[in-house]
Ligand binder design. Structure first.
Ligand code: CA
Ligand code: ZN
Length: 318
């Protein structure tokens, strides 16, 4: 079987890149792919609600952009006959195997939100996604406030998250930013008004035109047509549709929250109750100690406590 990578989907037609020849191939998908038997270990198996368990079940599954697939020729038509396990799987945009998510935040208008950042970072952990922080509109904030923000964000840099500061209009900060796309699939995310489109258009001025041509070719009013595409950029791919328009956790137990905080996890062996510590009201908690010593950003911990309370309140409803 030949191996390919899905670059584009329009309706039921898939554009693959053959992994050996790098040739573009047009392919269709076998119907049996839609009914795949999964076991609990399958990467396609996900816990969607508090009550569903990861279990052996049959699901309908379509190949999506970003998928690595097996394909074969049959009567001059190429057929996708296998989808390789996914390292992650987004719904909006409909892309698999995303390497990094650019979390776009403006430093002002709307004001930078540590609460939203911590929410995003939980989702990044849950979905096996690598976050990269891009701070926009640095020209609109006074220098003192920008320095203050940079100092606070050093905490996240110490967690291994890269932070970039840009002014998209004047392409300030772009010399470094443009190098992070190589060999990666990148999705942009962020709340309305932070400048995702401005950033995307400044990075890829030709993209605007491409997406316009495609929507014209597909015709107006045909909103049901499935179209997702990866656009080549600096030896990598960018997805033109931003993700995470709506933020919601799928965390059902207070106990599970801490595993999405790698910075807290790293300290739990020094908590009196070790891995059982929720870092909430337990005595001898190293996380709380480091918050007091200002080694952990106080907003980071306050947001954690708030999320823990929200999960508890949600659980009480069952
Ligand atoms: Ca995960
Ligand atoms: Zn603790």
């Amino acid at each position: 079987m030949k191996q390919g990578f899905i670059k584009k989907i329009i309706s039921n037609q898939y554009t693959l890149i053959d992994l050996d020849t790098k040739e573009e191939i047009l392919a269709s998908a076998r119907g049996k792919l839609r009914y795949l038997r999964l076991d609990e270990k399958s990467s396609f198996n996900k816990q969607e609600t508090m009550k569903t368990k990861k279990d052996t079940k049959i699901v309908t599954l379509s190949p999506k952009v970003g998928d690595y697939v097996g394909y074969e020729a049959d009567l001059d038509i190429y057929w996708i006959s296998e989808i390789k396990p996914r390292k992650n799987d987004l719904v909006r945009p409909d892309v698999a195997n995303v390497d990094q998510v650019l979390l776009v935040f403006s430093c002002i208008r709307p004001e930078f939100s540590f609460h939203l950042l911590d929410q995003f970072l939980i989702i990044m952990q849950q979905e096996n996604l690598t976050p990269v922080l891009v701070i926009t509109k640095i020209d609109l904030i006074d220098n003192h406030a920008l320095v203050e923000l940079k100092v606070a964000l050093r905490y996240y840099e110490s967690m291994g998250i890269d932070v970039y500061y840009v002014n998209s209009k004047q392409r300030i900060g772009f010399d470094v930013l443009t190098h992070i796309f190589k060999d990666k699939i990148t999705v942009l995310a962020g709340q309305t008004g932070v400048g995702k489109s401005t950033l995307l258009n400044a990075l890829m001025p030709e993209l605007n035109l491409k997406t316009q041509e495609i929507s014209e070719a597909l015709g107006r009013g045909k909103h049901t047509t499935r179209h997702t595409e990866l656009y080549g950029f600096n030896e990598g791919y960018i997805v033109d549709t931003p993700g995470f328009s709506k933020i919601e956790f799928r965390i059902f137990f207070q106990d599970d929250l801490k595993q999405y905080y790698p910075d807290f996890q790293a300290l739990s062996n020094r908590c009196k109750f070790g891995s059982n510590c929720l870092h909430l009201s337990e005595p001898g908690c190293e996380v709380k100690k480091q918050v007091e010593e200002k080694k952990i950003l106080s907003s980071r911990y306050e947001n954690y406590v708030q999320f823990a309370e929200e999960i508890k309140a949600q659980k009480a409803k069952y």
